[in-house]
Design a binder for this molecule. Structure first.
Ligand SMILES: [Fe+2]
Length: 388
């Protein structure tokens, strides 16, 4: 039997969760003093009925739908031009991770005078920003994975360097999130699976990241428990509103937890996505077991906690590893990077870039460029027996 899950949270920002709550979009805008929002969405959603409806709900809203998957700086520049030309006073970031990230970065950049790359997540570079120049954002996720709706950063691809750069500022956090499961029921099973696995990897890597952060650990564990039960349900029964509700929550939990850190899966997925334009969640889902194998010496104790939580029987590492493989099979996630079009030739380059990726700081087992190149090669070829 399905239950209706509706609530307002103020953690980690204001979240209005529940079916049908997109109808409250005008209230969200007026609560933030937004009269002329720019609605930023993915190219693929331009004509979607839910986007047309959202535009119709807020008088004064205009559409910017030129955000590609893995958004590039040109998308941000074009969005900023539209924002300024339309004298907008806030952003509705509406869509999957790419649209949410782009919308947040456009709002952040709307009142800055320095160039975008000055705000990369390096040291205290975020203090270069003028906080008064950051426009308010209402975030409306239409996938359950990225969790960008509760995140303080946006990922933008620098096409000159072929690197994904993280643009960070604490005030990039959306001020109101409308978490409406009805907006996700049309997602096909493959996208539901790939985005949901991104959320799982956020929780998994955050929990395994070293450091003292029991708040993040608790959120990460519950996120994994929810995904174990509800991601298959959402894939197999797309209109299951309870499953869609809990997956939206789990996605927000993943992004909340990874304030603690991420790890090698994201460190490799970022350069792979930058060079081959692969889907972020799918790339993570493929990479996960190869990184678990490499990290084994450092995470056996933590995997025992996860195995207990997921009610897996037997020796914890083996049980958890087999569960991950079986879960991926059930969700029809490919076994190798080769199956998603990634060649092995650039292993050294991917290894170098992975070692430099900010996510690498959270990897529990020390890894250098050569180690990441080895993991990458194993993931392209499907060799799960990678020596540590
Ligand atoms: Fe991710």
């Amino acid at each position: 039997m399905s239950v209706i899950l509706k609530a307002n949270w103020n953690y980690p920002t204001t979240v209005w969760a529940g079916p049908g709550r997109i109808a409250e979009l005008p209230g969200a805008c007026s609560a933030l003093g937004i009269k002329r929002p720019l609605l930023v969405t993915d190219e693929g959603l331009r004509e979607a009925p839910m986007v047309r409806r959202a535009l119709g709900l807020v008088a004064g809203a205009r559409l910017f739908a030129r955000v590609r998957g893995n958004p590039v700086a040109a998308n941000i520049d074009e969005g900023l031009a539209a924002y300024r030309a339309g004298s907008h006073d806030g952003v509705i970031a509406f869509g999957g991770g790419s649209a949410l990230d782009a919308g947040k970065v456009i709002a952040f950049m709307s009142g800055q005078t320095r160039p975008l790359w000055d705000f990369e997540d390096v040291g205290d570079w975020w203090t270069r920003a003028d906080p008064k120049g950051i426009a308010p954002v209402v975030a409306v996720p239409t996938t359950a994975g990225t969790g960008s709706e509760v995140g303080r950063a946006g990922v933008v691809l620098n096409e000159e360097t072929h690197q994904k750069k993280i643009i960070f500022h604490p005030q990039m956090m959306p001020r109101v999130v409308i978490s409406d499961p009805e907006l996700t029921v049309g997602l096909p099973p493959a996208i539901t699976a790939a985005t949901g696995m991104d959320a799982f990897v956020h929780c998994f890597e955050a929990f395994c990241a070293p450091g003292f952060h029991p708040l993040a650990d608790g959120v990460a564990l519950e996120g994994m428990r929810l995904i174990q039960t509800y991601l298959p349900r959402a894939c197999e029964h797309g209109a299951d509103i309870e499953a869609r509700s809990r997956m939206l929550a789990a996605a927000s939990m993943g992004a909340t937890a990874f304030q603690k850190g991420l790890g090698g899966v994201h460190a490799i997925a970022h350069p792979v996505g930058a060079h081959y334009n692969t889907h972020h969640g799918l790339t993570n889902a493929v990479l996960l077991p190869y990184v678990i194998t490499y990290n084994r010496p450092a995470i056996e104790g933590k995997l025992a906690v996860i195995a207990r939580l997921l009610d897996l029987k037997g020796e914890p590492f083996g049980a958890l590893f087999e569960w991950v493989l079986g879960f991926r099979r059930r969700l029809k996630i490919p076994q190798t990077l080769a199956e998603i079009g990634v060649p092995v030739e650039d292993a050294e380059l991917i290894g170098r870039e992975a070692a430099l990726d900010p996510s690498a700081c959270g990897n529990p087992q020390p890894a250098d460029a050569a180690a990441y190149a080895r993991i990458f090669r194993a993931a392209v070829k499907g060799d799960l027996r990678l020596p540590a």
